[in-house]
Design a protein around this ligand. Structure first.
Ligand SMILES: C[S@@+](CC[C@H](N)C(=O)[O-])C[C@H]1O[C@@H](n2cnc3c(N)ncnc32)[C@H](O)[C@@H]1O
Length: 424
């Protein structure tokens, strides 16, 4: 139960977070519809204590999971989009490694930098760099003890043939040649499994600027191929990404060192779609104390299609990309169906019924949802009805405005959101 003092504090807070600073995971790879990290940070502090499990069933790129780990909680992220899963795995992995030993992420970045420089100079890549050769192994060992699935298992799941044929519709032939050279170089055991996942995240993040479709990500989602092809400096894009990401990780303050203070698994990631009626294959052995999430909004964004370049990198075919989009709750593609908003609200509640079974009996729930002004009030009201029937009443509802930058990034006219908190 949330205390009157914390409730008062939550009520007086500026939830617009107009002074918002970019959070870690979305800063390392663009992704639509992410929320400011201050939202989960605040809710985690108010609704859980250190060591407890925070659950985000629509985890996106891992904003909630990362904030939970940063604050010494355990985290469980479920996400249907393979690109979201990859970004979240890498971002949370880097934070856990930093919590173990401050210098490890920088050494991994340096190893990637060396391989890229060798590609630029067409020189032999030293397979092992004398002083750092043990770091990839140490990273994999540490993450195997703290993350489920282990880096080796997660990497195996990504290990498919790149769909070059589809990438060639977006990227100039000369740039593709550079990408091929680098992917061959980085597919190296000397980087360890996590190092290879970091490399995959880097390439995924720079595919959009490396492509010749520069108008907006909306064109990529809508499959509007570029008319003219232009060679991009792919290696420079990668080197810039490494410097920027290294800077972000260095700046990220870890309030509590989760890797050091807790033993065993502290982060679970399930690549799972709630629409399939199956249970997530990976799930924690302990119940979650709090569920904090921002579910997809009806008819707002096609997360899968927006990430199509990265999905081709992960080996997805056109058919598979389309199929993934069909399984997305509230996908924009479905907005023309007369029943789309009802279907979305029903899907959210059906999924919530499954999600609630992973919660502890006195757990709380916090949802970031579309404001009624957007005409989507059926979603929040169905959630309220369902949780009320489970004796979990709504204790707070807060309104917030989406700051301009974020509103412009989205395809919707949604300018306001609500945050609903339910607790026993
Ligand atoms: C609003 S975004 C969450 C963003 C997240 N809060 C962040 O900051 O990264 C909603 C997420 O729900 C995911 N999603 C949509 N349908 C899903 C489904 N059926 N099962 C699991 N995840 C789904 C989308 O891929 C998207 O990443």
């Amino acid at each position: 139960m949330i205390s009157a003092r914390i409730k008062r504090q939550l009520e007086t807070l500026d939830w617009d977070f107009s002074e918002h600073l970019q959070g870690t995971s979305k800063a390392i790879h663009w992704y639509p519809g992410t929320f400011p990290s201050e939202i989960p940070t605040t809710l985690i502090q108010a609704l859980s204590v250190k060591g407890e499990l925070v659950f985000d069933p629509y985890g996106g790129v891992g904003t909630t999971a990362l904030e939970a780990l940063r604050q010494g909680r355990k985290a469980w992220l479920v996400e249907a989009n393979p690109v979201g899963c990859l970004i979240a795995y890498t971002a949370c992995g880097l934070i856990l490694l930093k919590s173990q030993e401050e210098s490890i992420p920088s050494i991994l970045f340096e190893l990637l930098r060396t391989k890229i420089t060798a590609c630029i100079n067409s020189s032999e890549v030293p397979d092992r760099i004398a002083t750092d050769e043990h770091i990839p192994k140490i990273s994999d060992r540490f993450l195997t003890q703290t993350v489920e699935p282990s880096p080796a298992r997660f990497l195996r799941a990504q290990n498919r043939e790149i769909n070059w044929k589809s990438l060639e519709n977006w990227i100039a032939r000369e740039t593709i040649t550079d990408i091929r050279k680098l992917t061959d170089t980085l597919n190296s055991k000397s980087l360890g499994s996590f190092g290879q996942l970091l490399a995959l995240t880097m390439i995924s993040a720079v595919l959009r600027p490396a492509s010749s479709q520069t108008q907006s990500w909306g064109h990529i989602a809508d499959n509007v191929w570029p008319k003219k092809f232009e060679k991009k400096d792919f290696y420079k894009l990668c080197l810039n990404w490494l410097s920027r990401t290294e800077g972000i990780i260095k700046k990220t303050v870890i309030d509590n060192h989760p890797g050091k203070s807790q033993s065993g698994i502290v982060f679970w990631l399930s690549s799972h779609c709630w629409q399939k009626g199956k249970k997530p294959r990976v799930s924690p052995s302990v119940p979650a104390s709090v569920l904090i999430t921002s579910p997809p909004y009806a008819g707002a964004i096609d997360y899968t299609l927006s990430q199509r370049l990265s999905l081709y990198l992960l080996g997805y075919t056109e058919e598979e990309v389309k199929k993934l989009c069909g399984l997305e709750i509230g996908a924009r593609r479905k907005r023309f169906l007369a029943t789309s908003k009802n279907d979305w609200a029903n899907d959210l509640v059906e999924a919530l019924e499954q999600q609630a079974s992973y919660m502890s009996e006195d757990g709380s729930f916090a949802f970031v949802l579309p404001h009624k002004d957007s005409g989507r009030e059926i979603g929040p009201s169905n959630i309220e009805e369902f949780l009320d029937s489970k004796n979990c009443p709504k204790i707070m509802e807060i309104e917030r405005s989406i700051i301009q930058g974020r509103a412009r990034q989205s395809w919707t006219s949604i300018k306001k959101e609500i945050i609903q908190i339910y607790s026993y």
